[in-house]
Design a binder for this molecule. Structure first.
Ligand SMILES: [Zn+2]
Length: 325
């Protein structure tokens, strides 16, 4: 995914947390994160793009590539039933088969480790006195949080989880990502000189104005994503027996892989997918494919961020109670 797509997904994850129903306690945790996010939102574009622009660990850490296999022992995990990639994936023939995982790929590990880093840094900041040389700054923590959203979102791009080489041939991978980026640029106002979105009064990316564009937006992919999320229950749990960020992200990669095959079935690969046929090969339209990718990515980023933040806040509450004693 590209720069503004990553940033937009991050904003929409926070919006999802703001709009979804939560228990009173969870609402307090979520609101704390939302307020914190909003005071750092100018850095989202740079931060959520950092893994591509500076870290550049694309070959192994932005991917977890799966290959169908009859001999492997890997089994599919479960996801919350609200996931579109899960619903589509379970209807593919490959769901009944096993798979192998490219041994050098480590996207779920990357997500787990950054999630730990965010919590560690928050704890260090809370424990250190002001001015302490080992105390991390808010900006450093924000950067980690935004980087985390990048890796979480990348797992939702089906071609990051499929060992077929869709960056070769007509480069369908880049073409699709460019389409998403263009749609976001079309329907939102972007301050290119400062590489950030303009904001609406609530602090979210400002939509492009005008009767014509507004009318067009109503039938756009982004409106469909918005609708899909509005009707979708937010579950805090990781789904199935998943117990942490790693389990959850591994499951996401598995269903991303299945979604890839649902859109581009066997025997297609980079050698026979063309700019003329790519939209008509699978049993799912490009729009449905895109709605699944983008809305699931928003849901996952919201969940991972919320769980990370809640874990820290629970620790903080205990630490404070201890200090008082
Ligand atoms: Zn990436």
């Amino acid at each position: 995914m590209k720069k503004y797509t990553h940033a937009w997904l991050a904003f929409m994850a926070i919006k999802r947390l703001e709009e979804t129903k939560l228990s009173d306690t969870d609402r307090r945790y979520a609101n704390n994160l939302i307020t914190w996010f909003k005071s750092h939102k100018d850095s989202v574009i740079q931060g959520a793009w950092y893994p591509d622009s500076v870290i550049k660990d694309m070959a192994n850490s932005h991917v977890l590539k799966l290959t169908p296999s009859d001999d492997a022992a890997n089994k599919f995990k479960r996801l919350p039933s609200t996931y579109l990639n899960y619903q589509y994936g379970k209807k593919t023939a490959l769901w009944k088969k096993s798979f192998t995982v490219d041994k050098d790929d480590n996207l779920p590990d990357r997500c787990e480790s950054i999630a730990h880093s965010v919590i560690d840094n928050l704890k260090m900041q809370e424990s250190e006195d002001k001015g302490s040389p080992v105390s991390p700054t808010d900006n450093q923590i924000a950067l980690l949080l935004f980087m985390l959203s990048h890796y979480v979102s990348d797992a939702h791009m089906p071609f990051h989880c499929d060992s077929r080489r869709f960056s070769a041939g007509m480069n369908l991978h880049a073409q699709i990502e460019a389409k998403w980026e263009n749609i976001i640029r079309r329907y939102y106002q972007i301050d290119d000189a400062n590489a950030r979105f303009f904001y609406d009064p609530a602090g979210y990316p400002l939509r492009a104005k005008g009767t014509h564009i507004d009318h067009e937006y109503q039938s756009s992919l982004l409106k469909a994503v918005d609708d899909a999320l509005r009707d979708r229950r937010f579950s805090i749990g990781w789904g199935g027996k998943n117990n942490n960020v790693w389990d959850f992200m591994s499951a996401i990669c598995q269903y991303s892989y299945l979604l890839s095959y649902r859109f581009i079935p066997e025997p297609y690969d980079h050698t026979n997918v063309t700019s003329a046929n790519w939209q008509s090969l699978g049993s799912i339209s490009f729009d449905d494919f895109s709605v699944a990718v983008l809305s699931d990515a928003i849901d996952s980023t919201a969940r991972v961020w919320f769980r990370v933040w809640r874990k820290y806040m629970k620790w903080e509450r205990k630490a404070r109670a201890k200090k008082k004693k």
